[in-house]
Design a protein. Structure first.
Length: 344
């Protein structure tokens, strides 16, 4: 079975072709292509929804042709067309859903709407070190920071989530306070490489709350306060130190809450996915903690940490193989800009 996946939830247009085979083998990524809108949105310091939607319209069909050519496939080889149904920006989601359903109708093939976060959650199954069920998942993607217990495809239990700013938002907003470019998270991480993580005593919100929820709004406020204390012309080293201290605070909360989730569930395997999952300090500290405790940590390939079509095609293929969803030739579509993962 060949599944074409289309991702258009925010500021990346992704298309991919994934194939499955009988016998229980994991789906195989045949080809994928991605266009990032970072350069377009950089001038505005963040994503402009209308511009994002219009750019998806321009990109999705050329990317589809590129993917099919790379895979050595044709439109006739597609068995299912999958697309991101939510959550995300409504206009951007409608572009991918509309193209997917129109293409499927033209080919007389079924479609399947996929949860964006389920795509992230399952994306490590495309890596060389694929996990196995059950596991705890740390989802750190954009405005989402969640810990989930995952027993099988479609069997998700929410353990904890952010109650205000997510980790990705904390990175981006702190970067903006420091005068860094968009996207802020990677820029802050690069600046932090030259700083001291213990230079400034920043808070670790909810670190000792006794639950598995997250809160990073207070950290952002503390970063703003500390930045003001540095005066109107902070030195390059002061900014690097503040970036390093900010990153250290975020990472410590993510690591310790993840370890507590593993202890609470009795599971030995952690899956980390989403854009923040590419953060080098987060990976280093999780790997070190796992080595000390005899745990396993799995990540997506770095190229698949950001939004992409591969994770959408993969999630659709795995849901279909597991009997957790049915593709249908019903080309009326809707999107769900807000859609809790544990309610799919």
């Amino acid at each position: 079975m060949n599944v074409l996946g289309i991702e258009s939830s925010c500021d990346e247009t992704g298309v991919a072709l994934v194939s499955t085979s009988p016998g229980g083998a994991l789906p195989r990524l045949r080809a994928h292509a991605l266009h990032s809108q970072v350069q377009m949105h950089e001038a505005y310091g963040g994503v402009v929804p209308e511009l994002a939607s219009r750019d998806h319209i321009r990109r999705v069909l050329p990317l589809t042709r590129s993917v099919l050519a790379e895979a050595g496939a044709t439109l006739a080889d597609i068995d299912v067309v999958a697309y991101t149904k939510g959550p995300g920006l409504a206009g951007a989601l409608l572009v991918g859903a509309g193209v997917a359903c129109a293409l499927a109708a033209a080919l007389d093939k079924p479609t399947l709407g996929v949860h964006h976060l389920e795509g992230h959650l399952l994306s490590p199954f495309l890596s060389a070190d694929a996990p196995s069920f059950p596991f705890v998942a740390l989802l750190v993607s954009g405005g989402h920071t969640q810990l989930m217990r995952v027993d099988a495809v479609g069997q998700y239990e929410l353990l904890g989530e952010t109650i205000d700013d997510a980790a990705g938002e904390a990175f981006d907003k702190s970067a903006k306070l420091l005068g860094l470019g968009y996207p802020g998270g990677p820029a802050l991480a690069r600046l932090a490489e030259g700083g001291r993580p213990d230079a400034y005593a920043l808070p670790r919100p909810l670190l000792h709350s006794g639950d598995l929820d997250f809160s990073f709004a207070g950290l952002k406020t503390a970063v703003m306060t500390q930045h003001r204390k540095l005066g109107s012309e902070p030195t390059a080293q002061q900014l690097a130190d503040l970036a390093a201290s900010t990153q250290a605070a975020i990472v410590e909360v993510l690591v310790k809450k993840s370890l507590r989730a593993l202890k609470a569930t009795g599971l030995q395997r952690l899956v980390v996915s989403g854009g923040v999952g590419a953060n080098a300090m987060l990976r280093q500290q999780l790997d070190a903690a796992a080595l000390r405790r005899g745990l396993r940590v799995h990540y997506p390939e770095l190229a698949l940490c950001t939004d992409n079509g591969a994770m959408i095609a993969l999630a659709a293929a795995m849901r279909l193989d597991a009997g957790a969803a049915n593709a249908a030739r019903d080309y009326a579509f809707d999107v769900r800009p807000r859609w809790p993962l544990d309610q799919i």
